[in-house]
Design a protein around this ligand. Structure first.
Ligand code: R1P
Ligand code: URA
Length: 292
């Protein structure tokens, strides 16, 4: 029996585009670059030729074109794993559901997804300007817990080791952090020999969940110190951002390949930041375009 998706579950706009992204199935390339900032779509788009579409709705801006003959779609996700849930489900629907019959297609179409973002570095080897490719992500967001198969794709011993190390219980564990690997082949190709391979915490906020204290004190004032000291099987936690866990997790469950690369714009250990990164992130964009 083919799976059928009712109009309330998969919402399709009158023009045949998917609900939030406003993208039509024929516009989606197999290679997809995701960026948080809608302004970064134009930056990636400035390297693309033969543009087929340029659409925008809320924080989701999409361009499809070619780079050195490769067909690539670039989409902005806005901030947070809740938006990744929307973007990943709608991209997967565009690829793997027939919009005319509303049925799942018989053959999986696998997408290759690379998120290009900014992050906060947590180690001495991740100063401002470092490119970090996420090998693993620790999701503080809880998104994956709503999907069946979460335990089969997550690194459960790593999750336990992290929780033990943090000494978190009760509210600090709700939702329990999940640990998920990015696609190994994609990491090798995208990270090459000039990126740090890291463990990334995808935080559920920019301030408290990343240990930033402004006027409200933190529940665990030693949070970042413990995160920086954590070590498991040779892995250290390298950076904070806000989307990589949901991207890696949903990609694993859906059968796609994904990883995240981020440029460090603030090092929390050294307490330095660079707000002029918008000019330098283009180097990272060109590297990913060449390697995707
Ligand atoms: C926070 O400032 C935002 O920056 C990072 C975080 O993941 C979060 O989305 O990534 P982007 O630069 O891709 O948005
Ligand atoms: N993005 C984040 O999520 N955190 C930082 O510190 C910098 C960028």
């Amino acid at each position: 029996m083919k799976k059928y998706f009712a109009s309330s579950e998969l919402i399709i706009n009158d023009d045949g585009s998917v609900f939030h992204l406003h993208v039509k199935p024929e516009w989606l390339a197999d290679k997809v670059i995701l960026v948080g900032d809608p302004g970064r779509v134009a930056l990636v788009g400035s390297h693309l030729e033969n543009k087929e579409c340029e659409v925008e709705s809320r924080e989701f801006k999409t361009i499809t074109g070619t780079y050195k003959g490769k067909r690539i779609t670039v989409v902005s996700t806005g901030i947070g794993c809740d938006n990744i849930d929307i973007v990943m489900n709608e991209l997967d629907a565009l690829a793997n559901i027939d919009f005319n019959t509303r049925e799942e297609k018989p053959q999986l179409r696998q997408l290759e997804l690379v998120r290009i973002g900014t992050c906060g570095g947590l180690q001495p080897n991740t100063p401002v300007g470092t490119f970090i490719c996420s090998q693993k992500s620790i999701g503080f967001d809880g998104l994956l817990n709503f999907y069946s198969g979460r335990n089969e794709v997550c690194d459960l011993p790593f999750e336990r080791a992290f929780l033990n190390h943090m000494g978190w219980s009760g509210n600090m564990c709700a939702p329990a952090p999940y640990v998920i690997d990015a696609n190994a082949e994609l990491i090798e190709r995208i990270a090459g020999d000039n990126m740090v391979r890291g463990v990334t915490i995808a935080a559920s906020g920019f301030f408290g969940p990343q240990g930033r204290e402004l006027r409200i004190p933190l529940a665990d004032p030693k949070q970042n110190e413990k995160i920086e000291n954590f070590e498991y099987n040779g892995y250290r936690i390298t950076n904070f951002e806000m989307e990589s866990s949901a991207l890696a997790g949903l990609s694993r469950l859906m059968g796609h390949k994904a990883t995240t690369v981020c440029m460090v714009i603030a090092n929390r250990l050294i307490k330095e930041a660079n707000t002029g990164y918008k000019n330098t992130i283009d180097t990272l964009i060109k590297t990913v375009l060449d390697r995707i």
